[in-house]
Design a protein around this ligand. Structure first.
Ligand SMILES: *Cc1c(COP(=O)(O)O)cnc(C)c1O
Length: 360
């Protein structure tokens, strides 16, 4: 069977070249006589893989030397708890722009005083609150944001100014799609399965001057300081996803780096948004125009049954996972780095044909 266009929000599409290289390495990784899945994480050959992957990640994202890179597990969802466990002394501000941001806030509230600095929840998370609408506490231990709201299809059009308060950003679904302005962030983190690697790996990049807390009963596995000391090797790291991320980073480098990725993302999302804004009478974009995501495009017909029919017929035509998240319904096309422009062209053509058939 041929490969289809996979619009899944995560785990999601990876570049074919990366998959082919995995396949070529499978039985015998570079003369080691075994696959990367089978080798000791303490072996010399694996040590080279993890070190090179960190080096490439630093290069692609231009990570400054005073930031630590950690390869962890537990997903972005575990970071919702680890961030406050490690960084909250008394209180923190949360900007709630979607269901993942809300989950982070709920975890934060277990560790201290979590304040909602702004929320777009009453308007179904259609937009990102503006800087002047943020009620930020200058005494907060950190400000948490979810930069690209995977489910709702919004992204910050600006990076919040937080003064001296460390900004922590969940970049799970936008990492590697543009440059990171490190002067703004104390820490970023991401579940790797959206735009970097297969599921099982969580990447944390944090400034080395952050004061790390050690509450009673803190599991070693949830202690950033321990993980920094042990260079992500306190226990077995997620060896295979780290290796695949390494291959993916090489692919990103070979294709123009994060700036090249951004250009492609603008082309892809532009095609789809242009169709939604300027042509379609049936499909409508869900997110406000000034804060739309380049990675997750949400849209709907306004008729749940028609949305469901669209997702079903698209799947039959070789375009999978276009159903919106179960919590919000509608439709969503996740168009991460590895999605070829051709995939979006095919989708728009299909939408056009569907619209012609169902025009009222
Ligand atoms: C997918 C996602 C999460 C949850 O990630 P897990 O790794 O499954 O825990 C959190 N935040 C954002 C922005 C996401 O896209």
């Amino acid at each position: 069977m041929a490969r289809i266009y996979n619009f899944s929000a995560g785990p999601s599409i990876l570049p074919e070249e990366v998959l082919q290289e995995c396949a070529a390495d499978m039985m015998d990784y570079k003369g080691s006589g075994m696959s990367v899945m089978e080798m000791s994480h303490r072996s010399k050959v694996y040590d080279e893989i993890i070190k090179q992957t960190e080096k490439d990640l630093r290069e692609v994202l231009e990570v400054p030397d005073n930031y630590k890179v950690l390869f962890l597990q537990g997903g972005a969802s575990l970071q919702f708890a680890m961030v406050p466990m490690n960084l909250m002394k008394t209180k923190a501000d949360y900007i709630v722009t979607g269901s993942f941001a809300r989950s982070a806030y709920k975890e934060g509230a277990k560790y201290g005083q979590a304040n909602i600095a702004a929320t777009s929840e009453p308007d179904t998370f259609r937009y990102i609150p503006k800087q002047e609408d943020l009620k930020l506490d200058p005494e907060a231990d950190f400000v948490h944001i979810c930069e690209n709201n995977t489910i709702e299809g919004t992204k910050y059009p600006y990076i919040p100014e937080t003064g001296n308060v460390p900004l922590v950003s969940d970049m799970s679904s936008c990492i590697l799609s543009e440059k990171v302005d490190w002067s703004k962030y104390a820490m970023i983190y991401m579940g790797a399965q959206k735009n970097m690697a297969p599921a099982g790996l969580t990447v944390v990049i944090m400034r080395d001057d952050l004061e790390i807390q050690h509450p009673d009963c803190q599991p070693i596995m949830m202690d950033y300081q321990k993980m920094i000391e042990k260079e992500s090797m306190y226990n077995t790291p997620p060896c295979w996803p780290i290796y695949v991320m390494g291959l993916n980073l090489k692919w990103v480098k070979a294709n123009g780096g994060v700036e090249g990725m951004k250009k492609r993302a603008e082309e892809r999302s532009g095609l789809l948004y242009n169709y939604l804004d300027n042509e379609s009478k049936l499909f409508k974009g869900v997110a406000d125009k000034d804060c739309r995501s380049l990675m997750n495009v949400t849209f709907r017909t306004g008729d749940d049954e028609l949305d469901a029919l669209f997702a079903k017929e698209a799947a039959a035509a070789g375009m999978s996972n276009l159903k919106g998240h179960r919590s919000v319904g509608g439709l969503r096309a996740s168009i991460y780095n590895a999605m070829p422009l051709e995939g979006v062209k095919t989708l728009v053509e299909f939408m056009r044909a569907f619209e012609a058939k169902h025009a009222k």
